[in-house]
Design a protein around this ligand. Structure first.
Ligand code: PLP
Length: 388
């Protein structure tokens, strides 16, 4: 059976060119970048070259990039680092109600430590209204953190407008660009971001490496303490092969993202139109136009997302529900609930995310299989009557 991977938002395969670039750093070029000898200096040069490649992807300066263990650490660093550096100035943070758990849980942690957090509402497409930022911001606000695009429904936020409001009131602005960096243009000047999170494994790089962009002059406390790596901002021996791979992936992404985004948005629209045409009682979630080029997120009435997922998997198609599944108890997604979806619809959701190796045949295969799966599940559902 041909297997079809449509879960690129969860993770991407490592690009073969990236693997080739990384390999020597796992074998003969194994030096520690902090060592003075030639082995160390070879590794140091590789890390600094990668820093330049990652900076170049987002229009930053190399010294504004701090490598981390991934997007989660970058988000935690941004939130906790600013909170602890500026706690004498203010104790208020603004974020949205559709953030990834890496931001959400970091905020919850800070609340326990005495910080106040405002969770902005979103409209039915998952979009934040900049006017709400205006209303929420005070002289005590030290940070506004709103993601560039949502990982579940793909909605893109009006970042530049939001960062402008934050800056007018003297607050820093952070954006989680884990789902956008390498896929659509991300430029720290255009977004006017002080802090921006990235992750290598979402852009055809390896897992376990990411970066936080920190605009020069931004006050931020370190939260991994130890050696002087990353200019004292993030201790620990650098993940040299990972960083080298991230750099290469960033270089390839910069070269290919425009053509790839165009190709993927055509596949996305083909899938959306095909599903809406072939399946009754199906709703597209997320913004109809301001959405990631590779994201299709739907709610199918009268069926469970997990049942569709398992049936698709039996047919070799890998998708995702977009709802978190923890130890057997299924919690509906906080993103979908914030958008105003009912628990039933949130439970009936399905996310397809496409990428570099997705073809038109893959999309057509989903269009053939999913209507059959839905019909089969609805036939077993006591809630569904044809034409209801
Ligand atoms: N932020 C967003 C929007 C994400 O989609 C993810 C990963 O799913 C993360 C943060 C976490 O990144 P990582 O897996 O590199 O820790």
């Amino acid at each position: 059976m041909r297997r079809i991977y449509l879960d690129y938002a969860a993770t991407t395969p490592v690009h073969p060119e990236v693997v080739r670039t990384m390999l020597p750093y796992l074998t003969e070029r194994y030096g520690n970048p902090s060592s003075i000898h030639a082995f160390g200096q070879e590794a140091r040069t590789a890390v600094e070259d990668a820093r330049g490649q990652v900076a170049d992807l987002i229009g930053a300066k190399p010294e504004e990039i701090v490598f981390t263990s991934g997007g989660t650490e970058a988000d935690n660093f941004a939130l906790k680092g600013v909170a602890y550096a500026l706690r004498k100035r203010g104790d208020h943070i603004i974020t949205s109600s559709v953030e990834h758990h890496a931001v959400f849980e970091a905020c919850k942690f800070l609340e326990k430590g005495g910080f106040k957090v405002t969770y902005l509402p979103v409209d039915r497409y998952g979009m934040v209204d900049p006017e709400d930022v205006h209303r929420a911001i005070t002289d005590k606000t030290i940070l506004v953190s709103v993601m560039h695009a949502n990982n579940e429904v793909g909605t893109m936020q009006p970042i530049a407008e939001i960062s402008k409001i934050a800056h007018e009131r003297g607050a820093y602005f952070h954006t989680d660009a884990v789902q956008t960096a390498g896929h659509i243009p991300v430029d720290v000047e255009e977004l006017d971001a002080d802090l921006l999170s990235m992750s290598a494994h979402k852009l055809y790089g390896p897992k376990g490496v990411g970066a936080l962009y920190i605009r020069k002059g931004t006050r931020i406390a370190s939260f991994v303490h130890g050696g002087e790596q990353e200019r004292g901002r993030r201790a620990g021996t650098e993940n040299v092969p990972g960083i080298v791979g991230f750099g290469k992936a960033a270089e390839i992404a910069k070269r290919e993202r425009e053509t790839e985004a165009r190709r993927l948005s055509e596949l996305r629209d083909r899938l959306i139109e095909g599903l809406l045409e072939r399946i009754e009682h199906i709703n597209l979630n997320g913004h109809p136009t301001c959405r990631l080029p590779n994201n299709v997120h739907v709610s199918v009435e009268f069926v469970e997302g997990e049942s569709m997922l398992l049936n698709l998997d039996l047919e070799g198609i890998a998708a995702s529900t977009g709802s978190a599944c923890s130890s057997g108890s299924l919690e509906p997604s906080h993103v979908l609930l914030a958008m105003g979806l009912s628990h039933e619809l949130a439970h009936g959701s399905l996310r397809f995310t496409m990428g570099r190796w997705t073809t038109e045949e893959d999309v057509d295969r989903v269009l053939e299989v999913l209507p059959e799966v839905v019909a089969k599940l609805r036939a077993m559902s006591p809630l569904y009557r044809k034409g209801s």
